[in-house]
Ligand binder design. Sequence first.
Ligand SMILES: Cc1cc2nc3c(=O)[nH]c(=O)nc-3n(C[C@H](O)[C@H](O)[C@H](O)COP(=O)(O)OP(=O)(O)OC[C@H]3O[C@@H](n4cnc5c(N)ncnc54)[C@H](O)[C@@H]3O)c2cc1C
Length: 392
Amino acid sequence: MIETDVLIVGAGPAGSIAAKHAAMGGAKVIIIEKKSEIGAPKRCAEGISDNGMKFLGIDIDPRWALKEIEGIRLIAPDGTDVWLNDEIELPEAGYVVERKVFDKYMAMDAGRAGAEIKIKTLAKSVRKEGNSYVVLCESMGELFEIKAKILIGADGPESHIGRWAGLKSGTKAKDMESGAQFEMANVQMENNSVLEFYFGKVAPGGYAWIFPKGRDIANVGLAVIAKDTDKTAYEHLVDFVANCPATQNAIPVELNIGGDPVGGVVKEIYGDNIMIVGDAAGQVNPLTGGGIISGMIAGMFAGETAADAIKNGDYSAKVLSKYADRFDDHYGEKMDKYIKSRHYLASLSDDELDSIAHAFQDVEFEEVSTTELIKNLIKVSPKALLKLGKLI
Ligand SMILES: Cc1cc2nc3c(=O)[nH]c(=O)nc-3n(C[C@H](O)[C@H](O)[C@H](O)COP(=O)(O)OP(=O)(O)OC[C@H]3O[C@@H](n4cnc5c(N)ncnc54)[C@H](O)[C@@H]3O)c2cc1C
């Protein structure tokens, strides 16, 4: 049996940064990843925020940061668009990255900090043994066990670790978005330095996007809530690509399908000897579906908490709850606001979305106060404002 201080399951961005910070804090760390290539295939539109990377202390590296983003274009169902520039803080708008390079670089940083990485190693089950967890692993047909004082589940949206360990960590179907995306070449965007978001029936319960990756290459995708539509996310994507002006001559070179938990943080994200982070813990922006930065911030807090716990020889739920408190201090309020905004957006009809876009089309957002925005909304759509009022 292999023994370690901290075992992390999953080398996505959340797991790798947890491993890095636990190792930097002096803990003996092993991270296991079931795939043979960290970061591939991606299930992501690859947008990250600049501020997020600053908070994490990670320098932007041109080897994974493909495209710097200068703004956002919001497109209503009738094609009316609203442009926002980067002077206002926009979530997930900073860079479009190459996840298969980005994720590997984050894992390399964990390795450089002292963490051991076991690739092509699957966690198959978990059992509590005294003051530790034992995880049954499989690698290249071989079974073996790893015993850890602290287990961190960073195993993504289909996470098992939390549930196996008895945490209430499930996401309800109504809060799980289904995403489908093509990476495409020959995409003709109006401006290939902005992120495009398309709202309305193109993606019931979610939205469609075009995220540029440089030259004529872009991630073209959408996410839907299954209960809001009879079609699959893939069928919606095929319709979107056929009808969107930017993708009339676009060529798909990759298809990505994946789930995204947008219901907010799950009920229990820690217990004695265990924490869960990232998508596994529902730490995703419920409005945008972006979870790279929020998952990494959680990973950093969990890694630091684990290192302190190891130093002090106390891995109890009480000690590990510091991780949850720090995440809540940092994100709790924003999460609630984003959940409300998601419900608000989903409640609007295509007509309401069109009329809001008409009102805001020529607004210079960075110069406008919230009161003025609300005044505009009253003028064009009192019904939309009423719905907003009910949610706030
Ligand atoms: C279509 C789509 C578009 C998205 N676009 C964006 C975006 O533009 N910006 C953004 O910020 N977020 C986006 N997201 C969300 C983002 O991809 C996730 O929030 C992010 O990857 C979460 O990181 P993570 O480390 O928690 O999990 P993951 O990146 O999913 O990593 C989990 C890792 O655990 C491994 N694993 C799982 N089970 C086991 C096991 N039993 N044993 C060993 N290893 C295991 C997996 O192989 C995986 O490598 C998008 C999601 C989807 C579906």
